[in-house]
Design a protein around this ligand. Structure first.
Ligand code: AMP
Ligand code: MN
Ligand code: MN
Ligand code: MN
Length: 291
């Protein structure tokens, strides 16, 4: 069960990835993934296409999303898995969360103009497959295209992050709301890539405690952005908090992503995988064998 090649975190052109849901399904299949989820930022507009493409190429599928949350002056990402994609409160909550991205993008471009980078709003928008979901990734692509930086990693070291040109503070969803939208739609809320946040030990304790208190049930232990030591650390956190463990590459693009779909270590054996608790939410490509 823990050795399943599940990839429950990636992005398509519906948010800030460069592949379509169909291309991702085929790529996941080719990489040996057997259970897949597309988790676009703040948007479930790609879910029907992803589920259809998964079925067509023989992949089991869980519905997915990655919700942007503001918690203690940082942005935290909460992945939702296995929810009902037609749920009205979730749909409405995501729409609210997406709102304000265009205004933020204009302010980002104004701040970049301060350091003589012109045309960034239009430049970023050109990369946004979904104009309602303009993100920092699209700005990063524009800064690479115009030769300001050599790759998107350099962009996020020099621009678009706190204290650097192009960064604009933004208020996303509340933790409580995001967890409830997911769980009340029948899904499971999962803390995404926990090692990426810059919380103190006390702040991190508050995040995990409040997340659990609101009904959150999982944490990404194996992700493309964790070192082995970070995975081991959050395996211990999962056990300590009684959380199920998830596994996902956070793949965005063949050109930009360091971690390929499905190319991740197995979940540690002592953890409960999220897919064990979501068995009845998995859309099976083939009927399970019953005796
Ligand atoms: P946004 O939701 O507009 O704030 O954009 C966040 C996205 O930017 C993330 O989902 C990543 O795809 C990308 N991103 C943020 N920080 C980094 C980073 N340090 N390195 C690479 N990509 C990053
Ligand atoms: Mn992203
Ligand atoms: Mn994320
Ligand atoms: Mn992601």
């Amino acid at each position: 069960m823990n050795t399943l090649n599940a990839d429950l975190h990636c992005h398509s052109v519906v948010s800030d990835g460069t592949l379509t849901p169909e291309e991702l399904a085929q790529r996941a299949k080719a990489q040996g993934v057997t259970l897949w989820s597309l988790t676009d930022h703040d948007e479930i507009g790609g879910q029907a296409r992803a589920a259809t493409a998964a079925a067509a190429c023989g992949l089991d599928y869980l519905s997915g999303v990655e919700i942007s949350v503001s918690f203690l002056h940082q942005t935290v990402h909460i992945v939702g898995l296995g929810f009902d994609v037609d749920n009205a409160a979730l749909t409405e909550g995501l729409q609210q969360t997406r709102g304000g991205r265009s205004q933020r993008a204009k302010e980002m471009a104004t701040d970049l103009a301060r350091v003589s980078i012109q045309g960034a709003f239009e430049g970023a928008l050109k990369y946004a497959g979904n104009p309602n979901l303009i993100s920092r990734t699209h700005f990063a692509r524009y800064l690479v295209e115009t030769g300001v930086c050599k790759d998107t990693y350099e962009v996020f070291r020099k621009y678009l992050t706190e204290g650097k040109p192009g960064f604009v503070e933004h208020r996303w969803a509340n933790l409580k709301d995001a967890v409830r939208w997911i769980t009340q739609a029948g899904g499971m809320a999962v803390i995404a890539h926990p090692a990426r946040y810059k919380f103190s030990a006390n702040e991190e304790l508050a995040l995990f405690t409040e997340f659990k208190g609101h009904g959150g049930m999982g944490v990404e232990v194996i992700t493309g952005s964790h070192s082995n030591a970070e995975s081991a650390n959050y395996a211990a956190t999962a056990l300590e908090f009684g959380l199920a463990a998830s596994r996902g590459s956070d793949f965005h693009s063949p050109e930009e992503s360091r971690t390929e779909l499905g190319a991740l270590p197995d979940l540690p054996a002592q953890l409960t995988p999220v897919w064990a608790l979501l068995a009845n939410r998995i859309q099976r490509a083939t009927a399970p064998i019953t005796h």
